[in-house]
Design a protein around this ligand. Structure first.
Ligand code: PMP
Length: 432
C-alpha cells in the first residue's frame, strides 16, 4: 500500500458513494454514517444545494491567492459567520482545517498582546484530557498523552488544568458548586503561573474526541468567563467539533452565558465538502493588530473561493432546514435511547452529550467507575463489530488517553427517528 495515511488502521473498504446519512463501498455494502465521518458531515453527504453552489463557483474560479485578490465567496461567508456570532466577534480569518484554526487563533492572541503592551503574556492554558489538533503548536495545547508523548519534548509544555469530569469524581454535575469547583482550578493555575504571563485559555465547550461528549457541569462556563475577564486572559472557544450546529445551537458555547473572545471552527463548516476552517475574533483584538500593519500570518490556501462557496452553502442549508433545532430534538431522542441501552447492557457505565454530540463509556464497574482493562481494546473491537453490521461510529480512550473506552455517536444533523432506531439496533447488536 503506498498511501501512508491508511496504514495505522489496516485495510478498510473502498468508498464508492455517499448520500445523506448513508455511504456505500465498492462491493455495494451500505453503512449508516453514525459519526458524520469524524463529526464533520453535519448536513449529510452529497447535499444537492451545496454541490450546485460549488459547481457555480468552479465555473468562475477555484483559486485566487489571498494577497492578490479578495473574493466574493470569502467575503460573503465572513459576513454570514459574523452575523451568527455573539457580541462583536466579527473579524474572520479563514484557514483549511481545525489544527490550522487553533494555531491561527493562538498567534492572533499573541499578536494582540504584543500590539497592546501586554507582551509578557504568552502562555495558553488548556485542559487534560483535551484535543486541539495535531500540528506542533496545537499539540502543545492538547492534553492527550498517546498523541503528545511520541513527539516530546518537541512542544512547549503549556500549563493544563483537569477537564471537569464530575461523573468520575462522584460530583453532581447539576449543582453549580461543582462547576465552580472545576472552574476555580483555572484561577489557581493563572495565579500559579503569574497572571501577567497568561495569554489565553482554550476550551472545547462540550469535550470531543478526548473526553467523549463531556458536557460541563452547571456554573462552569460562566465562572470560566468571569475568571478570564478578571485576569485579562483571552477565552478561546475551540468549536472545531461543536460548531455548525452539532450540539443543537450554531455554536456549542451558545448554550451558556460565556461569550468567547475568539472562536475557532472547522469540521462542520466545510462539512466534508471542502477543507475549511475559520477563526472569528472580537473586533477589539483586531484593531491594534491592524494598526501595526495586520496579522502576520497566513496559509497559501486560506480563503479559497471554492471552500468558502461550499461553506456558505453549508451554513445556508443548516439554517434553511432548521438543522440546529433538529439536532437538539433528535439529540434528546438519541440520548434517551442510549440511556435505554445502558439499562440493558452492564458494560455501559455512563451516557452523556448535548444535541447530536453524544457518547457512552464502557466500564468494568459502574459504581467504582473502573475502566475495562486496556488490553481488551474494547472500543476498537466494538467499532469493528458495528462496522461489520453497517454502522460507522467513532471511538477513543477516555481517561488519560491510555485507558477507558468511549464511543461517540454523532450522526449527521439531518437524522430522523427511523435513523435513530437503526443506529440503536446496530449498537445493540454490537454489544455482545
Ligand atoms: N480541535 C478539536 C476540538 C477537534 O476535535 C479537532 C479534530 N478532531 C481539531 C481541533 C483539529 O482539527 P483538524 O483535524 O481538522 O486539524
Amino acid at each position: 500500500m503506498s498511501n501512508l495515511f491508511y496504514q495505522a488502521q489496516g485495510r478498510r473498504p473502498v468508498l464508492e458513494q455517499a448520500r445523506g446519512v448513508y455511504m456505500w463501498d465498492k462491493d455495494g455494502k451500505r453503512y449508516l454514517d453514525g459519526s458524520s465521518g469524524a463529526m464533520v458531515c453535519n448536513i449529510g453527504h452529497s447535499n444537492p444545494e451545496v454541490l450546485t453552489a460549488m459547481r457555480r463557483q468552479m465555473e468562475k474560479s477555484t483559486f485566487g491567492y489571498r494577497l492578490h485578490f479578495e473574493t466574493e465567496a470569502s467575503e460573503r461567508l465572513a459576513q454570514k459567520l459574523a452575523g451568527l456570532m455573539p457580541g462583536d466577534l466579527n473579524r474572520v480569518f479563514f484557514v483549511s482545517g481545525g489544527s490550522e484554526a487553533v494555531e491561527s487563533a493562538t498567534k492572533l492572541a499573541r499578536q494582540y498582546a504584543l500590539a497592546s503592551e501586554q507582551g509578557s503574556r504568552w502562555k495558553v492554558i488548556s485542559r487534560a484530557p483535551s484535543y486541539h489538533g495535531c500540528t506542533l503548536g496545537a499539540l502543545a495545547l492538547t492534553g492527550y498523552t498517546p498523541l503528545t508523548a511520541p513527539f516530546a519534548p518537541m512542544m512547549q509544555d503549556m500549563p493544563k488544568i483537569p477537564a471537569p469530569r464530575a461523573y468520575l469524581d462522584g460530583l453532581d454535575a447539576d449543582d453549580p458548586a461543582t462547576g465552580h469547583y472545576y472552574a476555580d482550578m483555572l484561577e489557581a493555575k493563572i495565579l500559579a503561573e503569574g497572571p501577567e504571563s497568561v495569554l489565553a485559555f482554550i476550551v472545547e465547550p462540550v469535550g470531543g474526541a478526548s473526553t467523549g461528549a463531556l458536557v460541563p457541569p452547571n456554573g462552569y462556563m460562566e465562572r470560566i468567563r468571569e475568571i478570564c475577564t478578571r485576569y485579562g486572559v483571552l477565552l478561546i472557544m475551540d468549536e472545531v467539533m461543536t460548531g455548525a450546529g452539532r450540539t443543537g445551537s450554531f455554536l456549542g458555547s451558545d448554550h451558556w452565558q460565556a461569550q468567547p473572545d475568539i472562536v475557532v471552527m472547522s469540521k462542520g463548516l466545510g462539512a466534508g465538502y471542502m477543507p475549511l476552517g475559520a477563526v472569528i475574533a472580537d473586533e477589539r483584538l483586531v484593531v491594534p493588530i491592524l494598526a501595526q500593519g495586520g496579522f502576520a500570518h497566513g496559509f497559501t490556501y486560506a480563503g479559497n473561493p471554492l471552500a468558502c462557496a461550499a461553506g456558505l452553502a453549508v451554513v445556508n442549508t443548516l439554517e434553511m432546514n432548521g438543522l440546529c433545532d433538529n439536532a437538539a430534538k433528535m439529540g434528546e431522542t438519541l440520548l434517551a435511547r442510549l440511556n435505554g441501552l445502558m439499562q440493558k447492557h452492564e458494560l455501559i457505565g455512563d451516557v452523556r452529550g448535548k444535541g447530536l454530540l453524544t457518547a457512552f463509556e464502557f466500564m468494568a464497574d459502574r459504581d467504582s467507575k473502573a475502566p475495562l482493562p486496556a488490553r481488551l481494546n474494547a472500543h476498537q473491537r466494538f467499532v469493528d463489530l458495528a462496522y461489520a453490521k453497517g454502522l460507522i461510529i467513532y471511538s477513543r480512550r477516555t481517561r488519560d488517553g491510555t485507558e477507558g473506552d468511549h464511543i461517540l455517536v454523532c450522526p449527521p444533523l439531518i437524522v430522523n427517528a427511523e435513523h435513530i432506531d437503526e443506529i440503536i439496533e446496530g449498537l445493540d447488536a454490537s454489544l455482545v
